[in-house]
Design a protein around this ligand. Structure first.
Ligand SMILES: Nc1ncnc2c1ncn2[C@@H]1O[C@H](COP(=O)(O)OP(=O)(O)OP(=O)(O)O)[C@@H](O)[C@H]1O
Length: 255
């Protein structure tokens, strides 16, 4: 199993941000985490990536316990993430942003890559070529030479996803990837996520756009006030009475 959570619990003050969360993600599959604001989705991402420690529970990647490890150790186990608020290098080009992501897994590393050690040129050429392919796949090939800050917002979001993927992670955590995308960009995104699955990449998605969730996810976990209230396929979740109840009064609709 690629990712296994069991009994994951974290309180802030007296409030259970997440309580007894358990789910599994297999290689090459997409799990969507949905739930109203404050349900505990971001807290779970922070626990999986090691930014927060749970009080109880276990997070395993390929059977290896991650709780207690530092974020960089968890990243080197093959996990990357994107953020709700974009975290691009705005004064670097689109291509350089993706290359920076790729250097995370390169033998030379990001800092060493700035020095002209023998062998760096070959490595850089390979990373440049792979990054250009990635940009083409996500529809940003023609923008490779622009500064990241020159891209419209929707494309910056796609770029952040491309950068997260450049390190060839086993698991990518995507925090609201469709937020701010127009319908055409959302379609590119959804198609791209589905294509990534076929290459074996697993993804956990926090997403409010139900059309993206229903179309891309293999499995959906629904959180409400830190509790896991449902787990199932998109078809099962769409008709689950507990889920419908949790969403009543919310803007979102279960599509
Ligand atoms: N650092 C913190 N300190 C105190 N309380 C926190 C902290 N982080 C989250 N919480 C609380 O934990 C609960 C879960 O929050 P979380 O941000 O994980 O929810 P969410 O589902 O990601 O919501 P959103 O969709 O709004 O991002 C909320 O009640 C929130 O107020």
């Amino acid at each position: 199993m690629l990712l296994e959570l069991s009994g994951v619990t974290k309180h802030f003050g007296g409030i259970a941000a997440v309580e007894d969360i358990r789910f599994e993600v297999t290689e090459g599959s997409i799990l969507a985490l949905i739930g109203p604001n404050g349900a505990g989705k971001t807290t779970l991402f922070n626990i999986i990536t090691g930014a927060l420690s749970p009080e109880k529970g276990s997070v395993r990647i390929k059977g290896r316990e991650m709780v207690g490890l530092k974020p960089f150790q968890i990243a080197s186990a093959g996990i990357t993430r994107t953020f709700q608020n974009l975290q691009l290098f705005s004064s670097m080009t689109v291509l350089e942003n993706v290359m920076a992501g790729a250097y995370l897994r390169s033998k030379k590393g990001f800092i060493r890559s700035f020095f002209s050690f023998p062998g760096n040129c070959r490595e850089e050429k390979r990373i440049r070529e792979e990054s250009l392919i990635l940009l083409d796949e996500i529809g940003l090939g023609s923008s490779a030479g622009l500064l990241a800050s020159e891209l419209p917002f929707g494309k910056q979001r796609l770029l952040e996803i491309a950068r997260a993927l450049a390190s060839d992670p086993a698991l990518v955590l995507l925090d609201e990837p469709a937020a701010g995308l127009n319908p055409a960009e959302t379609e590119v995104l959804t198609g791209y996520l589905k294509k990534l699955k076929t290459k074996g990449t697993a993804m956990v998605l926090i997403e409010h756009d139900m059309q993206t969730v229903m179309e891309a996810a293999d499995k959906i976990v629904v959180l409400n006030f830190g509790q896991m209230i449902a787990e199932g396929t998109p078809a099962e979740i769409r008709t689950n009475p507990d889920v419908i109840k949790a969403y009543l009064g919310e803007d979102e609709k279960i599509a």
